[in-house]
Design a protein. Structure first.
Length: 320
């Protein structure tokens, strides 16, 4: 049987229907996934996944494959449970896999790469936690794969997403006019990838794994620049009464030195989050990619679908 963690999350919700339904067990914690598949309540932060000894043993007897998507993905790192979930949680999943004799597919992030990752030092507890978790997986005795998605957006056709991400915070900041500055340069590539493409990529890995391999689920060299994204969304912004020509561009370092000190606390905090995200986005070089047929046109269509979904749902979701 395949145990899928994070089944109600951004990736897990798209991945669940793409895995063999007759072999699938969905691990749930707080939210109950909307799926007919069998479900089991666990807590990855706890030894034995929070299960009694008999229940743990019974689950070990059934599971031969684990797809571990569960994680806290807040790049600001201002989440008390980040380490417990992203590091201790992975350690507990590895222990379960070893007890079960199972193989592990771990979902990480492209931004923890020291080869292709942020060009400058970034103070991101999220990135650090994923880097440490990858090290735990690689050092284990398991058969494993690691999938590294870049920034995850909503569905490529509908824009739908379980929870708005940092990608949507940028959209909201620009289109709501909360801040007149984008802490990025026009030429910076924003490597985002829709959740359904990520799920399809992971499903392919589960079906035909190359054990010990790292899979890049990214836009690669086709990633849109910030300038290209702004041009794509210009008409949409105009319909919302927002003139993107009024938006200023500055490097994250300039914003830190010249703008942040003069802002009111609430504006400073919002812009600080964007500056940190911007530093993560500014990579040394384009990511590799194992996603077939990524094109700029496909990414533009994804962006527009996400803009429409964000506009239709922003009033019902806090923070954006």
């Amino acid at each position: 049987m395949i145990l899928l963690t994070g089944a109600s999350g951004v990736v897990g919700r798209e991945l669940s229907p793409r895995l063999p339904q007759d072999r699938l067990i969905l691990a749930r914690h707080r939210a109950r996934p909307d799926s007919p598949a069998r479900q089991v309540a666990i807590d990855i932060r706890q030894p034995r996944l929070g299960l009694s000894a008999p229940d743990h043993a019974a689950l070990c007897d059934e599971v031969d494959t684990i797809v571990h998507c569960a994680a806290i993905t807040d790049m600001s790192g201002d989440v008390p449970e980040l380490s417990a979930t992203n590091i201790s949680g992975v350690r507990n999943i590895i222990a379960f896999a070893e007890a079960a004799g199972a193989r592990l597919h771990f979902v990480s992030t492209a931004y923890c790469s020291e080869t292709y990752g942020p060009a400058a030092a970034v103070n991101s507890e999220y990135v650090a936690s994923k880097r440490e978790a990858e090290a735990l997986v690689r050092a284990s005795s398991l058969d494993w794969t690691i999938s590294r998605p870049s920034i995850i957006s909503g569905h490529s056709q509908t824009g739908a997403i379980a929870t708005f991400q940092g990608f949507h915070l940028f959209i909201a900041t620009v289109l709501n006019g909360r801040l007149p500055i984008i802490p990025l340069e026009r030429e910076t590539q924003c490597d985002f990838i829709p959740a359904d493409w990520v799920a399809e990529g992971i499903a392919r890995v589960v079906e035909k794994p190359d054990w010990g391999a790292t899979y890049w689920l990214s836009s690669g060299a086709e990633a849109l620049t910030i300038g290209e994204m702004m041009a794509c969304g210009r008409q949409f912004a105009r319909e919302m009464g927002r003139d993107l020509n009024q938006v200023s561009w500055m490097s994250p370092q300039q914003v830190e030195a010249e703008i942040l000190p003069a802002l009111r606390p609430r504006q400073r905090e919002r812009l600080r989050i964007l500056v940190d995200l911007s530093k993560v986005m500014a990579r040394r070089q384009p990511f590799p990619t194992h996603v077939p047929s990524v094109t700029k046109d496909g990414l533009r269509q994804t962006l527009l679908a996400n803009l429409r979904f964000w506009k239709a749902n922003k009033a019902r979701r806090s923070g954006v």
